[in-house]
Structure formats: structure tokens, C-alpha cells
Write a protein that binds this ligand. Structure first.
Ligand code: DOR
Ligand code: ZN
Length: 457
């Protein structure tokens, strides 16, 4: 290997890729991986860190986070959120457009990229919003650097309303031509609105009413429709926060007939059910789509193992603690933080024998990079890739406590969860950003990522 003096070597650990694990070292120069191999074959380095007894994986890529700025800095800031991400082993995030103003035109993309650049300590991408009124902005948003688009098929948020199906088809045609993936919140808005009104009129205010509103059929219909629209238009799509066992066969069937469809699920759908509501403070479990009754998690784990679900995201959606503790379910803000706890929860699943560590690297690093066109720069332990590296200690026991989290909105449904396995060092392009639960890099070292064109002409 002829790379001269390198900046950093992580030596003596176990390297993990989707293909397997092996002892070895990683050498880094100018922010990139320049060599991978046996410890003895490494070039001379300015700094060598001994990671004996630990594993080295690529930084996780979380393609679904809500970092709240501009507009909702009291819930979260780019500084607090990216610090949480770095400590959690996440080195690239894609931020959703339901900010204020929403990320709905080129100017808003530019403004969010500037805001994030000033604060972030991990790399980031920005989603553009698809609405009835901004179809002429989709191409300019791509040119300004939007990495992907978000389609809210199920939404009652006036900032990001659900467009009609005609507008959806037009939007997908534009994105197909540009080769950009469209992430879809797949629920049927009229079903949600109709049922919500009925439940409210009946005086219901409990968590189960939220589940009844977001009935399985609302997501099954929307997954089915968007898979058809994707097939028709050729637009690559991504199913956000998959949560329902009944939609899994639809995703599997679409994949089988060649539709470019990927899917994610989140730790709360894998680990929790309505049975956890008393422990999580009941109404605080509210999230859209909902954590359902027991019986969905098993099929979701199976779908992850078989590749029907491609990746893990978090839907990190923090709210101020007071917004999570209201008396009526309709007033409780939906969602909770996730970016800091996802990796340790998934490493716990590795220790429990549910998945292997190479499986985890596939679903947290390789699959998101490939689906959204960040490969080969992100998500891989390969020479030439960005040196986004996480050192993990598979034997580290800890307990999740909201008060320890770095998000401003720190009410977590995983309060009190025992985990085994922890990210202990996170490097962003070769620079140490987090160590042992603390941030060691200044805000502003994160950069926007660029996605390559996926397909189309
Ligand atoms: O629970 C949710 N929270 N679901 C969404 O779709 C939006 C998110 C938020 O931004 O709070
Ligand atoms: Zn979301």
C-alpha cells in the first residue's frame, strides 16, 4: 500500500461489513479511508488508536429525522440534534421538510442548508416537500441540493398538507426524470380525517383512539397506491416508518415485480407495542403512524431479515416535554427522539441473537447509502469512502434515560430500557466528534451530502 504517512489508524479491532467480520485496521488520510487490512500491513500514521476488543463499523445513515429548524428551535436545534446523532453513532442524517417555513422551494432548501452547516457536527441531507402548489419548485430544489423528497400521503399538518393524486403523479414523473427517490408517509388522509372526526365526536381522548384512527387499512391502501404510482411513473420510492404487518406482502410483491421500492422501519415499531403504553406514560406513546397492538413486531423483524424492509431509520421527532404530557390524545404531540438510541437498541438485538452485526451494518449503513445514491462515498468500509467510522463496544451495558439524552425534546418511550452494546467513538471524515457519550468537536463541521442520480433521463 503506497499512501505515505496517514493521519489516523484504528488498529487491533474487528472490522464489520455486510459480508462479514474480520480482525484488521483502517487507515485514514484527508478524511477518507485509504487502506484496510491487517494491522501489520498498515502505513505509518500520525496517530494510532488501539481499538482491541471492539468493532469498527461505518457511521450509521439515518434517512428520516426531524431536526426542527427553522421554526421550532424550542423542540430541537441542529446543534442539539446532531450532537445526539454523533453520540449515537449516526454520521449522516436526512432532515424532513415539516419545518416552518416548510422546505418547499429552492430558497428554503438553501436556507436550511446554511442553518445546518453552521451548527451540524454530522453530515446531512435535506428533503424537499411535495405539495399541490410547488410542483414547479421540485427541479430547482434538486439543483439547490435537496437529496430526496417527502410525500405526505397521510397528513393533517397545515404546513405540509397531503397533495391530491393528480399532483402526486405529476410530482413522481418529475422526480423519475431527475433520478431522485421519494420518501412516502403512507397513510390514507381521508380515512384518518373521517375516523378522527368520529372518534373526537364520541368524546374519545385515549391512546387506543389514536390507533383506531390510524387503522391498518389506512396504511395498507396507501402503500398499495404508491407502489402502483411508482410502477406507473418509474419514480423510485421509499416507504417511511413501516409499522404494519399487513403492508409487508405488498412491499414484497412490488419488489418482486421490479418496482424500485425500498422501505425502512424504526426501533419503536420493532421493540414496542400498545402493551408498553402504561410504562411509557400512556399518551406519550403517540406517534404517527402508531405503535400498534402486539403482533406486528415479529413480522417486521422477519421482513428486515429477508430484505423486504431494507433499512433502519428513527423518525427522530422530538417535542418539548410539556407537549408530550397533555391530558387528551389529540393534544399530545406525536413522535419522540430516536437518533441517539437507535444504534444501541439494534446492538442489543445483535447481542440477543435476533440479527447479526453484519446484518446491522447492511441495514444501517449500506442500504441507505445505496437507496439514496450516497454510495460509494458513504456507508462503506472501503478505500476511497469517507472515513465516517464508529467504534462499538458490544459488551457495554447501559440503561436509557431521557435525562441523559442530548435532544431538547427528551421524552423517550425507551425510558429505563437496558441495552447491551454501545457506540464509544464516532469519527466524521476522520475527525473524532463523539467519545464515550460526549461531544469533542465544534458545531459546524458537518457538511451537506450530495446524492447521485438514481435513474431516468
Ligand atoms: O409522529 C410523527 N411526528 N409523525 C410525523 O409524521 C411527523 C412527526 C413530527 O414531525 O413530529
Ligand atoms: Zn417523520
Amino acid at each position: 500500500m503506497t499512501c505515505g504517512l496517514v493521519d489516523l489508524i484504528l488498529a487491533g479491532g474487528t472490522l464489520v461489513t455486510p459480508e462479514g467480520m474480520r480482525p484488521g485496521a483502517v487507515a485514514v488520510k484527508d478524511g477518507r479511508i485509504v487502506a484496510i487490512g491487517n494491522d501489520a500491513a498498515m502505513p505509518p500514521a500520525r496517530e494510532v488508536i488501539d481499538v482491541a476488543g471492539r468493532h469498527v463499523i461505518p457511521g450509521a445513515i439515518d434517512v428520516h429525522v426531524h431536526f426542527r429548524e427553522p421554526g421550532f428551535s424550542y423542540k430541537e436545534t441542529w446543534t442539539s440534534a446532531t450532537q445526539a446523532a454523533a453520540i449515537g453513532g449516526v454520521t449522516t442524517v436526512f432532515d424532513m421538510p415539516n419545518t416552518n417555513p416548510p422546505t418547499a422551494d429552492a430558497g428554503a432548501v438553501r436556507a436550511k442548508l446554511a442553518l445546518a452547516s453552521a451548527q451540524a457536527c454530522v453530515d446531512f441531507g435535506v428533503y424537499g416537500y411535495i405539495g399541490e402548489g410547488n410542483l414547479d419548485q421540485l427541479a430547482p430544489m434538486v439543483e439547490t441540493g435537496a437529496v430526496a423528497f417527502k410525500l405526505y400521503l397521510g397528513s393533517d399538518n397545515p404546513l405540509v398538507p397531503c397533495p391530491n393524486d393528480g399532483a402526486v403523479l405529476d410530482a413522481l414523473a418529475i422526480l423519475a426524470e431527475r433520478g431522485v427517490r421519494c420518501t412516502v408517509h403512507a397513510e390514507n388522509t381521508p380515512i384518518l380525517a373521517w375516523r378522527g372526526a368520529k372518534l373526537k365526536a364520541a368524546g374519545r381522548q385515549d391512546l387506543a383512539a389514536h390507533l383506531e384512527q390510524h387503522a391498518d387499512i389506512a396504511t395498507v391502501e396507501a402503500v398499495s397506491r404508491i407502489a402502483l404510482f411508482s410502477e406507473w411513473t418509474g419514480c423510485p420510492i421509499h416507504i417511511a416508518h413501516e409499522n404494519c404487518r399487513h403492508s409487508l406482502p405488498l412491499i414484497a410483491a412490488a419488489k418482486k415485480r421490479g418496482v424500485d421500492i425500498t422501505a425502512e422501519t424504526c426501533p419503536h415499531y420493532l421493540y414496542l407495542s400498545m402493551d408498553d403504553a402504561p410504562r411509557t406514560g400512556d399518551l406519550a406513546l403517540r406517534v404517527k403512524p402508531p405503535v400498534r397492538e402486539a403482533g406486528h413486531a415479529g413480522p417486521l423483524w422477519d421482513a428486515l431479515a429477508s430484505g423486504v424492509i431494507d433499512m433502519i431509520s428513527t423518525d427522530h421527532a422530538p417535542h418539548a416535554p410539556a407537549e408530550k404530557r397533555r391530558a387528551s390524545i389529540w393534544e399530545v404531540a406525536p413522535g419522540f427522539p430516536g437518533v441517539e438510541t437507535s444504534m444501541r437498541l439494534m446492538l442489543t438485538a445483535v447481542n440477543d441473537g435476533r440479527i447479526t452485526l453484519p446484518d446491522y451494518v447492511r441495514m444501517a449503513c449500506e442500504a441507505p447509502a445505496r437507496a439514496f445514491g450516497l454510495d460509494p462515498q458513504k456507508g462503506a468500509l472501503l478505500p476511497g469512502a469517507d472515513a465516517d467510522l464508529v467504534v462499538i463496544d458490544m459488551n457495554r451495558d447501559s440503561v436509557i434515560r431521557g435525562e441523559d439524552l442530548h435532544s431538547l425534546g427528551n421524552v423517550t418511550p425507551f425510558e429505563g430500557f437496558r441495552t447491551r452494546g454501545l457506540p464509544v467513538m464516532t469519527f466524521l471524515r476522520g475527525q473524532l466528534v463523539a467519545k464515550e457519550g460526549r461531544i469533542v468537536a465544534p458545531p459546524g463541521i458537518g457538511r451537506p451530502v450530495r446524492a447521485r442520480r438514481l435513474r431516468g433521463g
